[in-house]
Design a binder for this molecule. Sequence first.
Ligand SMILES: [Zn+2]
Length: 162
Amino acid sequence: MLVLNATFEPINVCSVRRAVVLLLKAKAEMLEHGEYHLHSGSSTVPRPMVIRLVSYVRVPRDTHRRKITRRAVFARDDWTCQYCGSRGNLTVDHVIPRSKGGGSTWDNIVASCAPCNRRKGDSLPNQAGMVPKSTPRTPGPNVFIQVASPTIPRAWQQYLAF
Ligand SMILES: [Zn+2]
């Protein structure tokens, strides 16, 4: 289920069960629901698709910063090699190589195709003449929503500005 902040900004994806609990506790309101219903005890509720939290939640930046995964890097970089623009054979590249002190952080990792990754090797970007197309940075929540739910339901689309 897509969870929006009180400001309608997408925050994350949660399970149906969690969404129903938030709705029953009146901590969230239903914005979009599916066609079929869920039965819990004596009550019947439509299956939530998009919910919005009633009160504003401050989203800690750290929760996103920690989760560097290949999928999240690819999603942020639009599944495109940041050196040549190829969309095939993707891997991740340390812009400043680890051997030269580059860290495994959002601002130092980019999507790269395997040939570019090999060509760049252990060189610095200016030595190799290979500079990422866009400056890598920590992605916003949309990227993590995309990673958590590879198929974005139609009901979500109007709330996500990709
Ligand atoms: Zn490439």
